[in-house]
Design a protein around this ligand. Structure first.
Ligand SMILES: Cc1cc2nc3c(=O)[nH]c(=O)nc-3n(C[C@H](O)[C@H](O)[C@H](O)COP(=O)(O)OP(=O)(O)OC[C@H]3O[C@@H](n4cnc5c(N)ncnc54)[C@H](O)[C@@H]3O)c2cc1C
Length: 281
């Protein structure tokens, strides 16, 4: 039998975590799959478990003039019904799994699981999100790209938990989100594409481009975005071959049971091409 703790506050969760080095269990939709055993056996939790999905401090969403702060244990369903959550994040979340999983799965679980196919990750990278990590009386804030190190690995210490996600407000008037899976719903991503732009008259004042599931971590290049930013749409159309060639060097997919390397790379570049040609105009 494994010890299970159900703390009554965030402070209590942090205290138990520092003492026990336990497994944090939010919605459990990744953990129950990862730790499953053959039929009839209970999942294999080899360390104490701390349930955190019910903690109200981790389920709050607050909105200020500068940013929105999302509690790590907000479920996808909660995100979909909150008016301050950016539209592109809602579009992404609405395509994750099925209603039952969206009622349990949390944004914090998706981030901490750090799967290359985690759907919220490219959107959070594109929105310049940061994460707040808490441990015994201390907090640190990291940009999401510094939090995730590689497939399934983050910089989270054994006594730390992710409490909130900060998304600075930004204004974009063009967005294109595309998840490519085997089915329209209840499928993991073969590829996902996030494109955001702020276009004023004929100039693109801001742009963000991110790809999911095509490299060990999300592909986003602030350097290439800087080359596009401030340009006239005609100039951008002429730059398309060069932009595609830059991203082609960064996109490094694997072949696995969901898709193969060639398909992932080709479709990624097609989606980028479509964003630059159709959404910037
Ligand atoms: C049928 C099915 C379909 C799915 N479809 C999709 C999909 O379309 N797209 C997608 O991206 N994912 C999908 N998933 C994966 C999963 O639902 C998501 O990744 C979900 O967001 C995980 O959240 P959770 O709260 O259930 O995480 P949990 O399983 O509770 O935790 C996941 C990991 O994060 C850690 N963790 C959780 N919260 C914290 C925290 N606050 N601080 C520190 N560590 C923490 C846990 O210890 C664990 O290691 C699917 C899963 C299933 C079972």
């Amino acid at each position: 039998m494994v010890d299970t703790f159900k703390p009554q506050s965030l402070q209590e969760a942090v205290d138990v975590l520092s003492d026990k080095g336990a497994i944090l269990f939010a919605g459990g939709t990744d953990l129950m799959v990862q730790r499953r055993r053959r039929g009839g056996l209970i999942p294999d939790f080899d360390r104490p478990v701390i349930l955190i999905g019910h903690l109200k401090e981790l389920k709050e969403i607050s909105n200020s003039t500068r940013e929105i702060r999302i509690g790590s244990c907000c479920t996808y369903t909660a995100l979909l019904s909150h008016k301050a959550v950016p539209e592109i994040l809602k579009t992404c979340v609405s395509q994750i799994a099925s209603p039952g999983i969206r009622n349990r799965g949390t944004i914090g679980g998706n981030i901490c699981n750090a799967s290359p196919a985690g759907d919220t990750l490219p959107v959070l990278y594109a929105l310049d999100a940061s994460v707040i990590l808490a441990r015994d009386n201390k907090e640190r804030v990291l940009p999401i790209e510094k939090f995730i190190k590689g497939p399934g690995t983050t910089v989270l210490e054994a006594d730390e938990l992710l409490t909130r996600i900060i998304i600075p407000h930004s204004s974009f008037n063009k967005f294109f989100y595309k998840k490519v899976g085997t089915r329209a719903y209840n499928a993991l991503s073969k590829i996902s594409f996030t494109g955001l732009a702020l276009k004023k008259l004929r100039a693109v004042e801001d742009v963000r481009i991110a790809f999911g599931a095509v490299s060990p971590t999300v592909v986003r290049s602030k350097d290439i975005e800087a080359q596009i930013r401030g340009k006239d749409i005609d100039a951008i159309q002429k730059m398309i071959p060069e932009i595609l060639s830059h991203y082609s060097k960064l996109i490094d997919p694997i072949s696995d049971q969901r898709s193969n390397r060639r398909y992932r790379k080709t479709v990624s570049l097609n989606l980028l091409n479509s964003f630059l040609k159709n959404y910037m105009l």
